[in-house]
Design a protein around this ligand. Sequence first.
Ligand code: GAL
Length: 792
Amino acid sequence: MILGNKRTRESFDQNWMFHLGDLPIMHAVKGGMTGGLTDCEQIAEGEWLKIAYFDEREPSVMNDREWKSIDLPHDWCVEGNYVNDGGKVKHHKSHGYLPVGIGCYRKVFEIPMEDLGKKLSIEFDGVMRNCTVWVNGHLMGTHQSGYTGFCYDITDIARYGDEGKNVIFVKVDARDYEGWWYEGCGIYRHVWLDKTDRLHVGRHGTYVTTPVVGKDEATVNVSTNVHNEHPHDVNCIIKTLIEDGTGQIVASSSENITIQRDSQTDVETVMTLMEPMLWSPEKPYLYEVITEVYDANEKEVMDVYRTPLGVRTIEFTADRGFYLNGEQYLIKGTCNHQDFAGVGVALPDQVTEYKIKLLKSMGCNAYRCAHHAPSPELLDLCDRMGMLVMDENRKLDISPDGIADLKEILYRDRNHPSIILWSMENEEILEGTILGARMLETMSRITRAIDPTRLTIACMNHGWNDGGYSNSVDITGYNYGQREDQYLIDHEQFPDRIMIGSESTSCTTTRGIYENDDVKGYCSSYGDQIPEWSCSHEKSWQDVVNHPHLTGIFVWTGFDYRGEPTPYEWPCIGSHFGIMDYCGFPKDAYYFYKAAWTEEPVVHILPHWNWPDKIGQEIDVWAYSNCETVELFVNGHSLGEKSVDRNSRMEWKVCYAPGELTAIGKIAGKEITRKGVTTTGTPDRIRLELDKNEVKANGTDIAMIKVSLLDYLGKVVPTADNEIMFTIEGPGKILGVGNGDPSSHEPDKENRRRAFNGHCLVIVQANKEPGDIVIRATSVSLQAAVAVIRVE
Ligand code: GAL
């Protein structure tokens, strides 16, 4: 009989204590020795002893300090208050004027005696940034980058069963920064406790590729790195299975090997998959490779390890752009930072899922992880939901740490079918220099050695033709290459160069705003505030349509984010670049893309129709559509029909009178879809709309509640900014709030929020008990609203 798998992965996210500010910790006890519990008895009691060790007097020790209970993911920065430091800390402006600092985390945990003999490790997916980790008083290590994962083997220093409790202590110094955007602070991604037998698949230990993909069959190569950390040789069987999307095993293979004690080996397996289902953003069909490691002597399954498999072919060409599964495929991408309303960078997985869903809803098929590697869950979701990914290394860096970060990303991520490109860097100063080219070449070579199945790219904003820099990568990225037609001129001169619009647009608009306002820090949705390096949404997409060698674009950005309030500064604190605001509420540009990028019938008009001060004045009315024609009616009177260019807009001048604008999208003269905007009354009541009515009772699932302010006829008042108070009852909590106003200084972690141009957002997170969560939204002189979320 074959006995069960020994690998487990436990979430290590729950029951942490957090202390804001520094605490003194000694790195070593007594002249360089690391200490166990006995050592610490012998030295004078200091604060370090109490927090880095488990101490039986813990309750009183912990009460001495300002510690609070938290669960991960956690970003303490988003809980702070906005500060204008008068320009002293340059970083603040990019960081959204939220102070950073130092924070300490501590968690007490138990390991049962039955785990003795297994290998135990703690895996951090990402800590922002520069953190030091102690387990049971032993210094485990430090990790600088906030964007790469790391792991510590705690097998020897763990206490098992009656040996006592364990404590992990993490000090995070987020004063330094890696980027010029909001980066957050703390243990903002998941932490895991992994347990395996000492015979196991190594960390990031499989590499699955499909070197030949045909209609009838695909070849699947699986390389498996197996570790034997037992003090004796082991005869084992490595079974490799491929499971299809319905759970059927469709291919299998098995190898007998001997692994000597304390060593590792790579097992290479070649398999055939018959009539493979292909993966694409439109049909993200996934297989799974299951690796089973059997101890041939013991007749036990020692390890089961799962790897996603998507079968697809990718090819980039210099003249016709990108091919997916043999067909030309335009990349309709967005660049995105991590943060979101209410949570900062500490995103529950369901928030990440929500963001991808929104991007897909406007036809976006590619996601650039600007400017660093994403969380593992984002990649899992892109595999599952169908989204191509440009995975990005933080910076041009050939230092040991820089290379280690790059390798960590490559080994962690190379099995994701969603990833099509490895980006080495973004807008580095050394672009176009000989020195920079040498560094880039080294990084590209390392990348190609670890994953030859994808191409490397540098996302450049200068130096395309200098110093051999562009030749050091496979694809030349053009950030804002429309300037002086750089990407058209370079194509003439270097016809063999593969190009892509790695970053484009950067058009600044504020949701629901139609007039620039320097005082409030708002940009008009007509998009006339275009920084000198950027261009309109229409222009950057039209360039791709007209010049297929450009392959596609990654629009800066899908969502607004904290920091970079271009073209403004304090008191404006958030970016305006997003196609959606930082709550995911669409701006008008969203409909431009939806019309251009999807086949779903779209007609959209702007602005809103509440202009009491403009009666009798001319107003620009724009429409986006993908129908053949659009006819505009003003209070029932037709202003005529215009033919549609789905990659552009239609414009009318309309003399304003309160009432109704209606745009009718037609194909072959027949109405296909319509959109109206109406002059509304003043706010009268609140409406709550849930993205789902039911959430899981797992302590992490969330529901998004869109709050709208309606007039007495039930129309959203597009200028309403009433403050809404929220109360919650039942098994859940309010995780955060937001309204998309890039100048709002209201805290995201309170149970209240002003609406911004008619809307705000509440994120509710379930507890672990089932029941009904009841959310009430009230506001002075408005009719309240109630929503119920079932937790199961
Ligand atoms: C780019 C840069 C982005 C962002 C953007 C704003 O140059 O890569 O990180 O700063 O400009 O337009």
